[in-house]
Each structure stands twice: as structure tokens, then as C-alpha cells.
Design a protein around this ligand. Structure first.
Ligand code: GDP
Ligand code: MG
Length: 226
């Protein structure tokens, strides 16, 4: 039981009312670990055995209500560009969270995690949140990455969240994006508290900056009127 097991949320459709907050998330990791699959399963509850990657980047949106706030996650996936290793900077720009995926049946994909962490740190704001996800947990018989070791690595690198998932069975797939929305929302709220601003790790997108300015304006007005 963790603090993320009881989040009050509701998944909203594409035509959700205007979001209060919008956050950009990037999904990275070696090819074939299930990045596209976990994104599709987690946001659209859809899985197919053979996923044909297109070249370039694609992003999809996921609207969710957490408590009384509507959050739009803009999730960017790398379609077959992983082999170039260094992804283009526009992919990283303004991202608030990077989800690194490896596959529990692939030691190589796990060994790449360090390099992916370095890449994020060199390409983004050093405060971007980072999750580590071990996918394909349904392939228990073929497991070669120990869960405790992976969790330890996540701790050593000070990552923000670790979990195992399966795009095939759907295990923890939706939870991944709900936790992402919750962590980003909490961080944003911390940012709103001006005294905490320097400690905040949120990268504000233009929309968020506008929302924050509107909130501050409202707060100023309400302070003036009393
Ligand atoms: P990507 O290259 O990281 O985007 O990986 P894909 O999402 O294209 O998945 C690569 C292959 O792994 C596909 O054949 C998927 O069907 C399969 N796959 C993805 N996730 C899972 C999973 O959780 N379990 C199993 N058994 N297969 C998966
Ligand atoms: Mg893919």
C-alpha cells in the first residue's frame, strides 16, 4: 500500500472541458521494451501484439481529473528513433517528466537505464521528474531483471517513482499515468507557494505559466477585496 493507491481520479475523454493544467511527458528507453504499448494501454486501454513503429515522434493526450483539477498530459513517444540514441532537443523541450522504460526480460534494456538518465540530465532542466518502469511483468518466466535491484537503482539515482507494469495484461498501466498526473499536480501546487519556488522541480509550460499568473491575479484581487 503506497500513497498512490488511493488517488481520487476520473479519466476524461478527448473532449474533456478545458484543462486547468497541461504537462508534457516523454517516454524513453531502448527499442522494443514496450514504450508505445504501455502508453496506448495506459491511456486508451488498447494493446496489440505487433505494434508498427512509425518514424519520428508522436504524442497523444490523456485527460484526467484529480480531485477538483483537470489535467491534460501530453505524452510524447519516440517512434523508432531510439537507435539514434540522442534524441532531438525539441523532444525534450518543456518536458516535466521523463518515463524511462526497460523490459524485465531484457538485461540490455536495463543496463541502458544509466545512459538514459544521463541523457535526460544533459538535455533537460536538471529538475525534471524521472520515473523508472519495468515493463512486460507478465513474462515472469523470462525475467532477468530483479525487481529489488531495479528499485535500488531508482533510489540511488533519486528517481521519483518506480513500478513494474504490463502493457499486455494492463497491470499498473493506467496507474502509471494517474501517478504521473498526481505527482506533477502536487509539484505545481508546491510551486504556487512562492516561498517554495526555488525548491520546485516543475518545468512550467506556457499554458501553466498563464494559469499561474491568473491564479496569482485572482489571489491578489481576493486579498484586495478583504
Ligand atoms: P517500443 O519499441 O518500446 O515502443 O515497444 P512496443 O510498444 O512497440 O512493443 C514491442 C513489442 O513488445 C511488441 O511486440 C509488443 O506487443 C510487445 N510488448 C509490449 N509490452 C508488452 C508487455 O507488457 N508484455 C508482453 N508480453 N509483450 C509486450
Ligand atoms: Mg514505439
Amino acid at each position: 500500500m503506497t500513497e498512490y493507491d488511493n488517488i481520487d481520479f476520473e479519466v476524461l475523454g478527448e473532449d474533456a472541458p478545458t484543462a486547468n493544467f497541461s504537462f508534457k511527458i516523454i517516454i524513453i528507453g531502448d527499442q522494443n521494451v514496450g514504450k508505445s504499448s504501455i502508453t496506448m494501454r495506459g491511456t486508451k486501454n488498447f494493446f496489440k501484439e505487433v505494434y508498427t513503429p512509425t518514424i519520428g515522434f508522436e504524442f497523444l493526450t490523456f485527460n484526467v481529473r484529480i480531485k477538483d483539477q483537470i489535467i491534460k498530459l501530453q505524452i510524447w513517444d519516440t517512434c523508432g528513433q531510439e537507435r539514434y540514441r540522442s534524441l532531438i532537443s525539441s523532444f525534450y523541450r518543456n518536458s516535466c517528466l521523463a518515463i524511462i522504460v526497460y523490459s524485465i526480460d531484457s538485461q540490455n534494456s536495463f543496463e541502458s537505464v544509466d545512459q538514459w538518465i544521463d541523457e535526460i540530465k544533459s538535455q533537460t532542466n536538471p529538475n525534471v521528474k524521472i520515473f523508472l518502469i519495468g515493463n512486460k511483468v507478465d513474462l515472469e518466466k523470462e525475467r532477468c531483471v530483479d525487481k529489488n535491484i531495479a528499485e535500488q537503482i531508482a533510489k540511488e539515482h533519486n528517481l521519483d517513482f518506480f513500478m513494474e507494469t504490463s502493457a499486455k495484461t494492463g497491470e499498473n498501466a493506467q496507474k502509471l499515468f494517474i501517478v504521473a498526473a498526481k505527482i506533477l499536480l502536487d509539484e505545481y501546487k508546491r510551486y504556487q507557494n512562492e516561498s517554495d519556488r526555488d525548491k520546485s522541480s516543475i518545468t512550467l509550460t506556457t499554458e501553466n505559466r498563464e494559469a499561474l499568473e491568473n491564479d496569482n491575479e485572482k489571489q491578489r484581487k481576493s486579498k484586495c477585496s478583504c
